[in-house]
Design a protein around this ligand. Structure first.
Ligand code: ADP
Ligand code: ADP
Length: 229
């Protein structure tokens, strides 16, 4: 069963042009893929539909075989808890330590303090952030801040991780490091969907690539096809 499925999805904003037009694809458990395309191609819109920040004008988005059109009210928060989100501007809480920022999704799920502490320290350690646990986000470099953002997105082991231009603020070397982290960090079974306009960087990752052009899905490139990119 796919984790995520777009079935002929179109999205028109009120008074706006077509943001997505008849887009169909499926994402399998544990699969990592990129969505690329120029600014305005529809990448953010695609992610916003998954996170229920927007609704399709036509077609259906299915999450674990459930049509998201039927998810309403309190179901929306429940749906969002199954998805980890990495933002371009990490959106860390400035007045909370690294440790507290990463712990937040587990606190919201009502885990016990001891269990939260163990899981947070283990993850920060894996990310090379162990020494920064007590720091405030403002005391970190841009790359470190983004790693904390990723830690917060994966700590609760979501079945899907989505990232919108996660390297938008970073130089090329750091960008490659963050992409590699996104590819390798999530638990096995977590699917990862990353939107990025940086086609060169995306191709180097040798993963499946969906290409959007003015809202249309014009290419779906398999990793094997990127072998000599
Ligand atoms: P991308 O993430 O690839 O830059 P977007 O999904 O943000 O693309 O935008 C796709 C198209 O939809 C663009 O033409 C954009 O201007 C338009 N758009 C995005 N959000 C809105 C909105 N809230 N209202 C009206 N138009 C929007
Ligand atoms: P972020 O860096 O947070 O992804 P964006 O610049 O992509 O910010 O978009 C900020 C907001 O503006 C989003 O809610 C998006 O839907 C909205 N937006 C984007 N394009 C348009 C547009 N043409 N008209 C109205 N709203 C838009």
């Amino acid at each position: 069963m796919p984790v995520l499925q777009f079935d002929n999805v179109s999205k028109h904003y009120p008074g706006g042009q077509v943001a997505l037009a008849e887009v169909s694809f499926a994402v399998e458990p544990g699969e990592m893929l990129f969505v690329t395309g120029r600014s305005g191609a529809g990448k953010s819109t695609l992610l916003r539909l998954i996170h229920l920040l927007e609704r399709p004008s036509r077609g259906a988005v299915l999450f674990q075989d459930r049509n998201l059109a039927r998810v309403r009210g309190a179901g929306i928060a429940r749906h969002r808890r199954q998805i980890g989100v990495v933002h371009q501007h990490h959106r860390l809480l400035a007045d909370r330590t690294v440790e507290d920022n990463v712990a937040l999704p587990l606190v919201l799920r009502g885990l016990r303090r001891h269990e939260i502490g163990k899981r947070v320290w283990h993850l920060l350690d894996r990310l090379g952030l162990g020494a920064r646990a007590k720091a405030l986000p403002g005391q970190l470099s841009a790359g470190e801040q983004q790693r904390v953002g990723i830690a917060r997105a994966v700590i609760a082991e979501p079945c899907l991780l989505i990232a919108d231009e996660p390297t938008g603020n970073l130089d090329p070397a750091l960008s490659a490091e963050i992409m590699t982290l996104l590819a390798g960090l999530p638990e096995r079974g977590t699917s990862v969907l990353v939107a990025s306009h940086d086609l060169m960087l995306v191709k180097r990752m040798r993963k499946r690539v969906l290409v959007l052009e003015q809202g249309r899905l014009v290419d779906d490139i398999a990793p094997e096809e990127l072998a000599d990119a």
